[in-house]
Design a protein around this ligand. Sequence first.
Ligand SMILES: Nc1ncnc2c1ncn2[C@@H]1O[C@H](COP(=O)(O)OP(=O)(O)OP(=O)(O)O)[C@@H](O)[C@H]1O
Length: 292
Amino acid sequence: MLRREMRTLSSTAGHDAAHIGAGAAGEAHLEARDVVIEYPKPGSKEMTTAVERCDLTLDRGDFVCLVGPSGCGKTTFLNAVAGFVKIAEGALELDGRPIPGPGPDRAMVFQQANLLPWRTVQANVSYGLELSRKAKKPAARQRADELLDLVGLAGVGQQYPAQLSGGMQARVNLARALAVDPEILLLDEPFAAIDAQTREVLQVELLRVCAAREVTALFVTHDIAEAAFLADRVCVFSPRPGRIVKEITVPWDRPRSHEIRRTPEFAQLCDEIADVLYGVKAGVGDEKEGSR
Ligand SMILES: Nc1ncnc2c1ncn2[C@@H]1O[C@H](COP(=O)(O)OP(=O)(O)OP(=O)(O)O)[C@@H](O)[C@H]1O
């Protein structure tokens, strides 16, 4: 059964129905309409347009990947959703309200884990929760242990970051983002520095964690196969100023297993994304349209 059909069915029953319907009826969880983002040009009063007329809609629980040429504005768009960067024009809304700035409902996961080397793994994960004063220290540390368990790192809480492999640090990075219980995860090439084999394992883990926590995810990557494996929809950006020229729907239900990668359909999907991506790099991008 295809993923969309699954969600339609699950949204009519029990917990999923309550969760998916948490916003007003028919309201998107995250919606960008005609979003323009500009930066001042260094040493000038002029502005550079990084993102131009970008449209994107995510329902609660969606997993969307953004791919596009280097410098096309993917990180800028993610930063705007995080509330770190203001939009110049258009509308960027969470549950129908303009994004006011950063908030605990959104968590960023960067490529560099940047864990605090003097704190244990457990204390790194609980740090945000302790700072937010949402939980007292013992409760925050217990929560950290639960999240470490969830990301497959049970038992390493008392180790220090330097004692972990790159893949383990990436898991801690994810657990740390989940500690504040965000509704939206914003992931900026979180596995780019990890070896290919570990990255594939982490992708499966990420899908499992997202399903367990029912989070909405917006994931930036340069890796076409990663986007195809993770996403419900892959959005291809044009070169800067970036806008989404095509949304490609991925037909499989989530979470997914590694076997999908070995299917002809997966190879075909990757080819389809690559055709659009290399087309827009060559300056022949389509108008935005759905696919499949
Ligand atoms: N703080 C900033 N001040 C000025 N210009 C910026 C700033 N951040 C990004 N830019 C510019 O905005 C454009 C988009 O950058 P952004 O980092 O969003 O692209 P990207 O698609 O994420 O690139 P990459 O895939 O290489 O990481 C680039 O031209 C970049 O130089």
